[in-house]
Structures are given as structure tokens and as C-alpha cells.
Design a protein around this ligand. Sequence first.
Ligand code: MSP
Length: 492
Amino acid sequence: MTKKFYVTTPIYYLNSAPHIGHAYTTLAADILARYKKSKGEDVYFLTGTDEHGANIEKAANNAGITPQKWVDNMAEKFIDLWKVLNISYDDFIRTTQKRHELTVQEIFEILLKKGDIYKGKYSGKYCLSCEAYIDESELVDGKCPIHKKEPQLIEEETYFFKLSAYQEPLLKFYEQNKDFLSPHFRAAEIVNFVKNGLRDLSVTRTKVKWGIPVKSDPAHTIYVWFDALINYISAVGYGKVLGINELADYKCDFEQYWPADTHLIGKEIFRFHAVIWPAVLMALGLPLPKKVFAHGWWTVEGEKMSKSLGNFIDPRDITDKYGVDPLRYFIFREVPFGGDGDFSMEAFKRRFNADLANDLGNLLSRTLNMAAKNLKEIPQDCAVSGSMLEKCASADTEYDVHMNNLEFDKALDTAWLIIGGMNKYIDETKPWSLAKSEPEKAKAILLELVFALRYVCKWISPFMPQTAEEMARRLKAGVIEKYPPLFPRIEA
Ligand code: MSP
């Protein structure tokens, strides 16, 4: 049976336009999805937008339009950017869609009946930007540690989710599923947080109108995070599994794809995904995702990206000028996926010229030029051997290990080690002069290089799909045309 692979990104808030941070997670998911597809797996790649909550309400009010109009406009911006960036998602969920809203409402009622949700009163400090209550102990100088803003004191009647009941089951689950909390260096933070004791979570609001109403008590709307997390199952048709009539005509892939194999997220929303989400799934009696991977944050030229600093990087500014693939390459080669990174144009240009224009681009063009002169044709399949190909075969195994571990930078290092090795091999064996004295030997080396380039093509393909396609095309046509450089050098 074909192996399935279900990968998700966070669903993004629509209060501002997408930037390089959003693109980062989505590109990572795309790379993983393309890689798994290339291995023949049945991949389901989900992304989408998180469209409810007070922040959206506020943004729409400020713009003088309805929240629905606001989210429709903003969701388009994300969809457009994903087109530009060549994102191959299989499904795009919006939390204002019927398939999602009805599922959330139904789940709420089920948990209410089970006693996992109950009615009470809440008073606490709430950070509007986090859309979350913050514990006094977490405040820094009285402010939210992430947004550096003072939270508001809120008191309201609310429904609670019995998170406290899941402390032990969660700890046991983490213990038995070591890959769930990934990367491993981030696991301790979650385990300690849960060990310190969990409080029940307020999951409704009475003051937020732009949200999904509780079916049995419509004065309450459902808390955005409770609403949002459910996207991962509503998208694959859990509502239909629950027997919701209005969803009878919807496609249902739940049995096929759930549990998710990898939820990719940024580190700031690890707790929501590693604590609340598995607890909700446990309450529903559903299997838990295999892995939640929390990557690091990008800063820009050393500064946190922020509206006030005006240093949000719009990926389009880069792709318009330098192409999509160089950006896709850069952000995964430059920084180990999992850690924090800094985006600087200087580093981007340096890598563009060194890795792409020089190492890869020159390798392809010098190989093809020599092939054009010395080979009649490039056979698709024939017995070719040599030390370079042996190196490729072992690099291929290494590459797979790195890709499966989400070590994208190391996977690319592996490819570039071979690229560097090939350039050196050409310098040392000098096929152009060998062609005069020992033409057969020169041909054998060129064939070996062409076959090695096919490996390179495969390795770079999830990261740089257009480049890989063009490389494959040239390698196939091979000896006929004179090609322009893959990556013309840019001014530093
Ligand atoms: N709507 C919630 C997620 C709900 S998922 C059920 C949310 N949205 S968000 O628009 O704020 O997106 C957060 C995500 O965007 C982060 O988790 C991360 O994936 C990505 N990034 C946003 N800024 C980022 C950086 N500066 N650097 C890297 N990724 C960042 O939270």
C-alpha cells in the first residue's frame, strides 16, 4: 500500500499581509511535500488562513469594511503569494468555510456533553496580539514577553476546556513518542510547562462577535485558538465523520490521512500545538499527530520584523528581482531548520553568486559544453561507473536521512559537497585536453558527470523545482543547444 504523508502549516492570521516568516513555514512544508511525493508517497499538504477573532474585527472596522470582506481580500493575498512561490498545496482551508465552522460547533457540543467543556467565570490578563490569556508569572515588566504590550484585564463568563485533566496523559504521551516534540532541543520547554501543572482553558468569548457561535449558547463565540487548531481535522472531513448533515456532499479523507504526520509551526506557537491540541484530540478519542516541529524565527538585518520598524520583508521584492528558486534555496541553506536565522540581502547575494551562479551554474554549463563537443548524444540509461558516481550513491542515502529529519540545510550541504567535488574532478581530469589524447576516457568522464548531475537535479528539485526542471531538460537535450546561464551573477 502506498504510504501516506499528511503535512500542515499554521493557518495564518489575516490582520496583515504575508511576509517572509509566513513564507518560511509554507516553503518548508512545500519542500517536504515535494520530497515525499518524489518518493511515491500519497501526500496531503494543507495550508490556510485563520480568519476569526478580535484582531480581525478591529482591522476590518479600521478599514471601514465588514470582517468577511476583509478576510476575503486578505486571504487572496496569501493565495497569490503561494502561487508566486510555487507552493504545491493540496488544500487551502479558511476557518470561515462551512466545512470548518460546522465541525468546530459540533466538536464543542460533543465535548460539552462529555464534560470536557464546562461553564464558569474567568478573570485574567489577556494579550490581544497573542489572542491568549497570559499568566502573571510570564509577564516581563507587566508586558507580554512576545509583543511587549500590556495585556488587558478581562473578566467574563466563559466555557472552559478541562486541560488540567490531561497533564498526566500528555506527559505519558511525550515519554512514549519521543519524536512528537521536535526538534528535540525544544522538548524540555514543553515537558516542564506541563509538569508545572495545567489550568483549564477558557474556550469562549462573549465580547468577540466575529467568531463561531456556540450552538447551544450563541451569546458565546468560540475562542480563536480552539477554532483554529481544529482546521487540521476539519480540512480532511472530520465533520463528515461526525455525521453533520450539511457536509454530506463533502469529500472525506479523514480515514486516509489522519493522524497528521508533521505539523510545521514556528516556535512561538509550540504550546498551542504540543499541549492544547493533543489534549483536545485525546478528549475526542482521536489518534495524535506523529510530530509537531517548531522552527525558529527570522529576524531581518539583525532586527525583529515589526510593523513599527517597517522591516517586513515581502518575498515578492526578492523574487521579482532574483527569481523564486534562489529565495527558496537561500532560506533553507543559510540556517538550520529549527534554529533562528537572520535575513540579510548581503548574505543572499553572496550565496546567489557563490553557490548558484558559480558552483551549480558553472558546473552545468561547463559539463554541457564539453558534452556538446565530445559526445554524440547523452544516453538516458547506460552502464556508467566511476568514483564520482559512487560518491553520489552514498550522498543519496545521506540526503534521504537529512530530508526525513527535516535537516534541510544538511541535505543541501550534501548536494553542494558533490557539486564542489564535481567541479574539482573536472579541474583535475581536464576532459577537454583528455579529449585530444584519450577521447574514450574523456567520454567516460563526461558521461559520469552527466549522470552525477542527474543526482544533483533530483536533490535540488524539492527546493528549486523550476531550476531542476530546466536542468533536467538541458541534460536530456544535452548536446544540441547553447544555453544561457542558469543564474546570471548579480552585483554584490
Ligand atoms: N493563526 C495562528 C496559527 C494557528 S494554527 C492552528 C498564528 N498565525 S500567524 O499569522 O501569526 O502565523 C504564525 C506563523 O507564521 C509562525 O508560527 C511561523 O510559522 C510563521 N512566522 C511568522 N513570523 C515569523 C518569523 N519572523 N520567522 C519565522 N516564522 C514566522 O499564529
